[in-house]
Ligand binder design. Structure first.
Ligand SMILES: [Cu+2]
Length: 478
């Protein structure tokens, strides 16, 4: 099988830091520990695990919540692999409702993409399905259902998939995977229904009242002042944007959805929209006895929506009494060849929200909601420039299944630093240009807004890559 590389030629040339060293105190991240899966395959190149979707009582902020879970925990277990490994997941559905597992960002074959009626049958109550694919690209990915997505993700079905490259040369030993999300439930621990607020709830995008980091409310990390930590963050919330602030202290972004980026960028506020991942180095400074909060700040993603929200503490950092460390500047780089739009087929994608009709709202792509849409078309190996124009008054984190793209500016130049993305926020009333090369994997691939309420509200579509028959996806909710 020919192995087209995505978008451009990649070169795994990393400027390695000489040595890694742990500075964190023992048990520094115990409060944020994610469950892991037991690998039952002795082959070092194969990770073979069991994953069960089931109802389970979990504890959130001291309250018992009747959640939908993978393997009984919130979030689901962290699946750890190395780049190039084969991942085999024996999935069983013990929920009363049908579900699937979608591997967000992973370049899987279409049969493993987890979209019912398009790439696989729904996994009904009591049924099983085996996911089996090679993880080609290092980075942080995540998994979640693609059936009634907003409801099922909101109820607790999500987890992280970490694809490590032991030779990435980042050189920071103290590492943490952070799954950010939220959940809504009542005083009895009953989940907030997926359709709360009706059509307006869909348009606003439903957010749970409890902001979670690795399933916990305001967990605590411990750190030696100034010591570097590597955080790999995924926003697994169905609608909430995480606009992160560490009391103005810098985040050094070294990577995003598809692994490391061209070079580090330092920012003192970090936007992570639903579905996106970031790989950052932080070196929090502070004193013992004065914890530092990682806060989710207000972000207007539409309709002045900040008015209905509050600043939230995501986690706190408690400092040891040790002498502060001065962290070395982060120099990690990745050689990515700047992509060219030459020869790319332009594709218009216009996102709108027409006025309500019969008391109902629906989002549209090129004038139609998902259930009336015809697939886009692409040839194997074809390069396309998707011009995504957001004509609505809401931001939309735009996600393409199965392929990375690169963001291009209005003059046709790649946005620097170069980075491989599968989800990018298209702010209200703006246009983003996304350059994608469809590789050798044929299939009908989804694209949609990752505010999952918006996706369910019509903001989805598919692209037929290669000579394949469309599914005739007229059945609604994914
Ligand atoms: Cu949206």
């Amino acid at each position: 099988m020919k192995n087209f590389l995505p978008v451009l030629a990649l070169c795994a040339c990393f400027a390695a830091e000489a040595t890694a060293q742990s500075f964190a105190p023992a048990g520094w991240a115990d409060d944020l520990k994610l469950a892991e899966t037991a690998d039952r395959n002795p082959d070092p190149k194969i990770v073979e695990i069991d994953l069960v979707a089931k109802l389970a009582d979990v504890t959130v902020d001291g309250k018992t919540v009747h959640a939908w879970t993978y393997n009984g925990g919130l979030p689901g277990p962290l699946i750890k692999t190395r780049v190039g490994d084969r991942l085999i997941v024996h999935f069983k559905n013990e929920l009363d409702e049908p579900t699937t597992v979608h591997w967000h960002g992973v370049r899987v074959p279409i049969e493993m993409d987890g979209v019912p009626e398009i790439s696989q049958p729904e996994v009904k109550k009591g049924e099983s399905f085996t996911y089996d694919f090679v993880v080609r690209d290092a980075g942080l990915y995540w998994y979640h259902p693609h059936v009634m997505s907003a409801a099922q993700v909101g109820f607790g079905l999500y987890g992280a998939l970490l694809v490590e490259d032991p030779a990435d040369g980042v050189g920071v030993d103290d590492q943490l995977t952070l799954v950010l999300s939220d959940i809504g439930f009542d005083a009895k621990g009953k989940l907030e229904p997926g359709d709360s607020g009706g059509s307006a709830g869909m348009v606003f995008g439903r957010e749970g009242d409890y902001v979670l980091a690795n399933g916990r409310r305001r967990p605590a990390l411990r750190a030696r002042p100034g010591a570097p930590q590597r955080w790999r963050i995924v926003n697994a919330a169905k609608s909430r944007f995480f606009y992160l602030d560490l009391d103005g202290q810098p985040f050094t972004v070294i990577g995003t959805d598809g692994g490391l980026q061209e070079k580090p960028v330092t920012t003192d506020i970090l936007l992570v929209t639903p579905g996106e991942r970031v790989d950052v180095i932080v070196s929090p400074k502070g004193k013992a006895g004065t914890p530092l909060a990682l806060r989710a700040m207000l972000y207007n993603r539409g309709y002045g929506s900040v008015e209905y929200r509050a600043v939230e503490d995501v986690l706190t950092i408690e400092f040891t009494k040790e002498a502060p460390i001065t962290a070395k500047p982060v120099t990690i780089t990745r050689a990515l060849e700047p992509p060219s739009t030459e020869g790319a087929t332009p594709v218009d994608v216009v996102l709108t929200l027409p006025p309500m009709k019969d008391n109902k709202s629906e989002f549209q792509v090129n004038g139609v909601p998902f259930w009336k849409a015809k697939p886009y078309l692409a040839k194997l190996g074809e390069k396309q420039l998707w011009i995504v124009k957001n004509d609505s008054d809401w931001d939309h984190p735009f996600h393409l299944h199965g392929f990375f793209f690169q963001v291009i500016d209005e003059k046709g130049r790649p946005v620097r630093p170069l980075a491989l993305k599968d989800t990018v926020n298209v702010p209200m009333k703006t246009t983003m240009r996304l350059l994608v090369t469809f590789d050798e994997r044929p299939g009908e691939w989804m694209f949609h807004c990752h505010i999952l309420d918006h996706a369910d509200g019509g903001l989805m579509g598919t692209v037929l890559v290669g000579d394949v028959t469309p599914s005739g996806h007229v059945h609604g909710k994914r």
